[in-house]
Design a protein around this ligand. Structure first.
Ligand SMILES: [Zn+2]
Length: 255
């Protein structure tokens, strides 16, 4: 959880403990290690607000750590050798200043990790209302329903001509004296068939469904502005049973 963070290390101004300042996701948190006065004067002060410290650990996206000495007039040692910038692992021996103050590197990394975990928790504890998603679901659901009803009606319409022409044929067969009447049925069947074909050719249901779905997926999202993850094709009544976003873990409320 220290990925993509920087850790400033130096002497705490005033009380002389080791001050560790972790910056992650734009937030900086500080913690101290050791007893008051335990850090000698040859270790430079850590002033997080000014970005000033004795040295800095940069943690990459892959968790790899690089230690850099921040001031020309102080020294930083890794495994006994003075460094300007060096890739380190938690088992390296890091010493600061000419008094060779030994940094408890494992302790610093653990303390820094606790700080970022705290700020990540604080962020994920924020509560967001999903109330605004209710009309989004209703609008989408109703529009999809309308399209399905229309498709069903066009389907029904296309079976009408068959019934009409069969009826016309039946009349012509049973009562040949009213053939003209039967012809009317066949004519009506033909007209309805042409209307049905026209409706099928001009039907935009597929394109409309695609557009609706895209719009829905862009709007039916986690209300946390840092997340905005699509909440899935679930009805609002199912969605509101979630107490947290499954993606960013933020708290959700339907109030
Ligand atoms: Zn979320």
């Amino acid at each position: 959880m220290l990925e993509n963070s920087t850790i400033l290390i130096g002497k705490e101004p005033g009380r002389g403990r080791l001050l560790v300042a972790v910056t992650s996701g734009g937030n900086t948190r500080t913690t101290t290690i050791g007893e008051a006065g335990s850090v000698p004067g040859s270790v430079s002060r850590c002033l997080p607000a000014e970005g000033v410290a004795h040295c800095k650990i940069t943690v990459g996206a892959d968790g790899a750590m690089v230690l850099a000495n921040l001031k020309q007039r102080n020294v930083t040692y890794v495994n006994g050798t003075e460094i300007v910038s060096k890739r380190i692992t938690p088992d390296c021996r890091v010493e600061l200043g000419c008094d060779r103050y030994k940094v408890d590197l494992v302790g610093v990394i653990a303390a820094a990790g606790r700080q970022t975990a705290t700020s990540q928790n604080a962020a994920s504890q924020a509560e967001y209302s999903i109330k605004g998603l209710k009309p989004v679901w209703e609008e989408y659901n109703n529009a999809i329903k309308q399209i399905r009803i229309r498709q069903k009606n066009v389907g029904l319409l296309s079976s009408v001509p068959m019934a009409f022409s069969m009826f016309g044929g039946l009349i012509a067969g049973v009562m040949p004296e009213i053939r003209g009447f039967a012809l009317v049925f066949t004519g009506v069947a033909l007209v309805i068939m042409i209307i049905g074909l026209y409706l099928r050719f001009t039907d935009k249901s597929i394109e409309q469904t695609e557009q609706l779905t895209e719009r829905f997926q862009n709007r039916y999202v986690c209300p946390n502005p840092k997340c905005r993850h699509f909440m899935g094709n679930q009805p609002y009544n199912v969605l509101r049973q979630n107490t947290a976003c499954p993606y960013c873990r933020c708290k959700l409320t339907d109030k």
